[in-house]
Design a protein around this ligand. Structure first.
Ligand code: SAM
Length: 212
């Protein structure tokens, strides 16, 4: 195994678990999880950090997660959750679930990383039951020219360090191109600390298939 593969497979999932399990990200997770119920598909399940935020109305979680290290790290949280959690796939772009089979889809800081996001969003539309929604919080391309410029400049290095994460993806635009509407989209810098801005333009809300 070369160094890059070792970094991506062994180190990045542990860093993600560490950096995305603090109280601040927990607040964002709790707000996303508040509207979720029934059979829930999680894109990029990671180490299961959303599980403790789900309410009693969540019956089952279907996890799509390529990283075995993240999945192993999730085992303690899965046990504490006490309801079924099944790993149903490794790539959001091709999900082995029937059409109209889940009530909610959740994505927390994952749409930045899925290589073929357009196909993943087509899969989201396919597997959602009528009335179901995608609930998300993501970082995205910033509207501020200067910050967007920094995002584009550091992207090649950042992408290599952060397991293929894209700082310069315009997530609301990607959702729109996939035929998903975002009636309650909220956007803001996650912190007032200016150096964090290229990483911290957060977009959150729900997305629903556009009526034909
Ligand atoms: C920044 S992490 C976020 C993890 C988790 N959602 C969280 O909130 O802690 C991005 C996640 O996307 C996963 N991922 C990468 N490629 C993916 C793909 N093609 N399909 C689904 N998930 C993917 C990574 O393994 C990683 O767990």
């Amino acid at each position: 195994m070369d160094i890059a593969t070792r970094w991506n497979e062994r180190v990045v999932p542990r860093l993600v678990d560490l950096t995305l399990s603090d109280r601040v990200t927990g607040g964002w997770r709790a707000r996303v999880a508040a509207g979720v119920s029934g059979d829930v598909l999680e894109l990029g399940f990671g180490s299961g950090t959303n599980l403790s935020h789900y309410g009693a109305s969540v019956d089952r979680v279907l996890a799509v997660e390529p990283s075995d290290v993240a999945w192993e790290k999730a085992s303690v949280r899965i046990e504490a959750f006490g309801r079924p959690v099944e790993r149903v796939g490794l790539d959001g772009a091709s999900i082995d679930l029937p059409d109209a089979s889940v009530d909610s889809v959740v994505s927390t800081w994952t749409m930045c990383t899925i290589p073929d996001l357009a196909s993943a969003l087509a899969e989201v539309r396919r597997v959602l039951r009528p009335g179901g929604r995608l609930h998300f919080v993501e970082h995205s391309l910033a509207p501020t020219k200067r910050v967007a410029g920094v995002q584009r400049r550091i992207q090649p290095t950042w992408g290599r360090l952060a397991g293929g994460c894209h700082l310069d993806r315009d997530i609301p635009a990607e959702l729109g191109s996939a035929g998903l509407v975002t009636p309650d989209l909220r956007t803001r810098y996650a912190s007032g600390f200016p150096p964090s801005r290229p990483f911290g333009w957060f977009v959150t809300g729900t997305a629903a298939p556009q009526e034909a």
